[in-house]
Design a protein around this ligand. Structure first.
Ligand SMILES: Cc1ncc(COP(=O)(O)O)c(C=O)c1O
Length: 364
């Protein structure tokens, strides 16, 4: 079986986790600080605040910017549900701007969507491809709107030479399938001193100092064990990114020219880190997307549909008055056509050839 994701875990991870186990200090401590420094340096922000997972990173970021009831947050309809859950849990109202051909929020539709209640734009850098941040900034102009980036899938990606997570407040996930993983884990990056301080207070039960409660908080702390994995993984980030890009290049070469298939591409000025290698299967293809997926799985090749529908298009959200019934036809069409193929660093050349051959024989 060729898995759709596989973590790269080696001796360094084992060594650092063992170090933590032997240190006797298991929760938030020096290893978490080391991990924060490693992420801060890659993203290029003044602060990085580790939290328990990427969903918490989003929730805490919105709260740290003072976003809540009555505020509108504009985001992409084509994302993992955590993006929407975070907006709803802080009490804000989600507004959706449809996607472009890069699967990300279309900046061309953004300016008209920004209204007097808009407090934040929450672009999602989906599949490892950065959103078009310069056009998003241009659409915002001088309006008093913050940018909170859902960079859960895109650590190490850049737009016009600038790392994702440095355009506003960056939210990362280190879930088991992510390019860099701590099993579960998250991080917020920011240049804003006050936002960073508020995040640290929120993370630690609302305390600034011991028993100095400032506001109702949470327990969002990361363990030293997670951070040990994170430190080891961060040392591999350049190799992980290079390997994913190499595999993506080989897939693109092997799959070029198949009728009805659109391959992922790297928009000019942006570096894609290929968290997913996501193709589109249109009605011109020889078989349907779902039959192709079944056929690949039958041949031992895992593949995934991320995501089958716009994130709001479920009964539980339709019943929520803050969501309502938005219309985002491009996201709905993507949901019908997308298929993600394995691209992770554990793939061998032989695996890539097997994927290409299986695709060609199903579609040629
Ligand atoms: C786009 C996106 N946003 C948010 C999250 C939430 O991260 P986590 O699973 O660490 O809570 C994920 C990953 O799962 C994601 O892919």
């Amino acid at each position: 079986m060729i898995a759709i994701s596989a973590p790269v875990i080696g001796e360094l991870e084992e060594k650092l986790v063992l170090e933590v186990l032997r240190s006797g200090r298991l929760a938030q401590g020096p290893m978490v600080e080391r991990f924060e420094d490693d992420v801060r340096l890659v993203v290029g922000t003044r602060h990085a605040v580790a939290v328990a997972n990427g969903t918490d990173a989003l929730i805490a970021s919105l709260l740290a910017h003072g976003i809540g009831a009555g505020d509108e947050v504009i985001t992409s309809p084509f994302t993992f549900v955590a993006t929407l859950n975070a907006i709803l849990h802080v009490g804000a109202t989600p507004r959706f701007v449809d996607i472009g051909s890069d699967f990300n929020l279309d900046p061309g539709q953004l300016s008209a969507a920004i209204g007097s209640a808009t407090r934040a734009i929450l672009p999602v850098h989906l599949f490892g491809c950065p959103a078009d941040m310069s056009r998003i900034a241009a659409a915002i102009g001088d309006r008093d709107v913050v940018v909170v980036e859902d960079a859960a899938q895109s650590l190490g990606a850049t737009a016009e030479g600038r790392p994702v997570g440095s355009f506003g407040t960056g939210c990362f996930s280190f879930y088991a399938t992510k390019n860099v993983t701590t099993g579960e884990g998250g991080m917020v990056t920011t240049d804003d001193e006050d936002v960073a301080a508020t995040l640290r207070v929120l993370r630690h039960q609302g305390q600034r100092g011991r028993y100095e409660y400032e506001r109702p908080g949470f327990n969002l702390r990361m363990t030293e064990l997670q951070a040990a994995l994170g430190v080891a993984q961060m040392s591999r980030l350049p190799d992980i990114v290079a390997s994913r890009r190499l595999n993506a290049g080989a897939l693109t070469e092997g799959l070029a020219g198949i009728e009805g298939i659109t391959l992922p591409s790297e928009p000019p000025g942006r570096t894609h880190v290929y968290h997913q290698y996501t193709i589109r299967v249109s009605s011109e293809a020889r078989i349907t997307r779902d039959r192709l997926a079944a056929r690949l799985r039958g041949e031992g090749i895992e593949c995934g549909v991320y995501y089958p529908r716009p994130v709001f298009d479920y009964a539980c959200f339709a019943a929520e008055p803050r969501v309502g019934a938005p219309s985002t036809p491009a996201a709905a069409a993507a949901g019908r056509e997308v298929l993600s193929l394995p691209v992770h660093p554990q793939l061998t050349e032989h695996d890539v050839s097997r994927i290409v051959e299986a695709m060609r024989s199903a579609l040629a």
